[in-house]
Design a protein around this ligand. Structure first.
Ligand code: KE4
Length: 423
């Protein structure tokens, strides 16, 4: 496959951008290749600057649930641009998007929009501390909640593949209030809660972990978190930046029937534009400036273009609930292909799949937490990644990410992908 133009662009980019990328996972470091520079994308396809086209299962790490450049979304954005890109003032669209989020997730009575998932989580944590008057936060090993200082502790995603598991540049004093429990391990949570009790402001969890690959919550785990947080007056924060509007229109909280105190959202609610949000009960969210004493602000928060893309995306998802069954069916088909490859090739592959999210771990499994996920053979994954590229399929350039199926992936493309997996 000719990637000459990508290689040349990479050589230039690394001189001006750290690693030639604006987010580490894009660097293809953990698969040992030169990153592909993308020229354009449409539907389920992505095309690099050398003209190589692939069936795309990265989907920009989640936002692309409708596929790339959905005509209705692009048309709405183009129209909105003609009215100005940002005003730094409230607009009707922010209210409309807020109403759609609150209607989709009844646990969210009020919501504040920001520009990235990191900002949403960082702000939600601050509000939880302000509301409870407590300092400690519990997160889970392998869960990734963006790169705010206090949360870069045993994070997931690219933080799993970089040399330094906990980022340098973060003073120990910034993470001393962050406690780490083990995903799917109630005892590890109980131990911390019984020790720190009313000092814990919040437990934050990815209701489906999708940053150490995809790891599902075991039966009763989320309910356990709901109960133990209520027992100690601790807030339960669902980080639904990936699962929100992905596992269903109501996200993981609807899928699993758990009502968190706060929720963070991103990716899909921006339809591909920089848009994220945090929300929760009104009494909690009224802690936020200018109503309450917790300060949080943002120049481009809720800007008219991102809200336009978000509204257009959510409207299409709301009008097409059948999309969710479709993308789940297709994800299950892909999971079958990996299971078949494991069987026929005698390869150690374990697949986790929920809704339109899946991950093929190159390990015998079962994969149920950080340790079992990180036991995966990343060299085998890198080889698989290269095979898939050569066969016209673009999957995550890291073992510790999710595979996303969009409404634009056709059955033919799913079958092509299955053949590529089994070749
Ligand atoms: P952003 O700041 O990247 O918009 O969102 C941070 C974030 C928060 N919470 C969860 C559950 C997330 O998955 C993320 C970001 N996800 C990664 C993908 N694993 C973004 C991709 C990247 O870092 O380039």
């Amino acid at each position: 496959m000719n990637i000459r133009e990508s290689e040349q662009l990479f050589e230039k980019s690394v001189k001006r951008i750290p690693g030639g990328v604006n987010s580490p996972v894009r660097a293809f470091g953990s698969v040992g290749r030169t990153p592909l520079f993308i020229d354009h994308a449409k539907g389920s396809r992505i095309t690099d600057v050398d003209g190589n086209t692939f069936v795309d299962y990265v989907c920009s790490w989640g936002p692309g649930i409708l596929g790339h450049a959905h005509p209705a979304v692009v048309e709405a954005v183009q129209r909105a641009c003609a009215d100005g890109l940002t005003y730094g003032a409230p607009t009707k669209k922010e209210w409309q998007l807020a109403e759609m989020v609150c209607e989709a997730m009844p646990s969210v009575e009020k919501v504040r929009m920001v520009s990235s998932g990191t900002e949403a989580v960082m702000s939600a944590i601050r509000v939880a501390r302000g509301y409870t008057g407590r300092d400690l936060i519990i997160k889970f090993k392998g869960n990734y909640h963006g790169h705010s200082d206090g949360l870069l502790v045993k994070a997931g995603s690219a933080a799993l593949t970089t040399a330094v598991p906990d980022s340098s540049g973060v003073p120990a004093s910034y993470t001393q209030n962050t406690l780490v429990a083990l995903y799917n391990d109630p005892d590890s949570v109980r131990e911390l809660m019984e020790k720190y009790r009313e000092q814990v402001a919040a437990i934050i969890v990815e209701p489906v972990a999708a940053n150490m690959g995809v790891v599902l919550p075991e039966k009763g785990f989320l309910q356990f978190l709901r109960e133990i947080t209520q027992q100690y007056g601790t807030l339960l924060i669902f980080d639904e930046v990936i699962t929100g509007f992905r596992l269903g229109f109501g996200g993981a909280q609807e899928y699993f029937g758990i009502r968190p105190d706060m929720t963070t959202l991103g990716k899909i609610i921006g339809g591909g534009m920089p848009m994220a949000a945090y929300g929760g009960r009104a009494e909690i969210m009224d802690m936020v400036s200018p109503v309450g004493p917790v300060y949080q602000a943002g120049t481009l928060s809720g800007n008219p273009i991102a809200t336009t893309a978000g509204i257009a995306t959510l409207e299409i998802l709301k009008q097409h609930p059948e999309y969710y069954d479709e993308i789940e069916r297709k994800a299950k088909r892909l999971a079958e292909a990996f299971a078949q490859r494991a069987k026929t090739a005698g390869e150690a592959i374990w697949v986790n799949q929920v809704g339109s999210l899946l991950c093929a771990f190159f390990t015998a499994g079962p994969v149920r937490d950080y340790d079992s996920a990180t036991a995966s053979d990343t060299a085998a994954y890198a080889k698989y990644f290269g095979q898939m590229l050569e066969r016209g399929v673009y999957v995550a350039p890291s073992q510790f990410e999710a595979m996303f199926v969009s409404a634009a992936h056709t059955d033919e493309e799913i079958e092509k992908t299955c053949r590529a997996v089994l070749e």
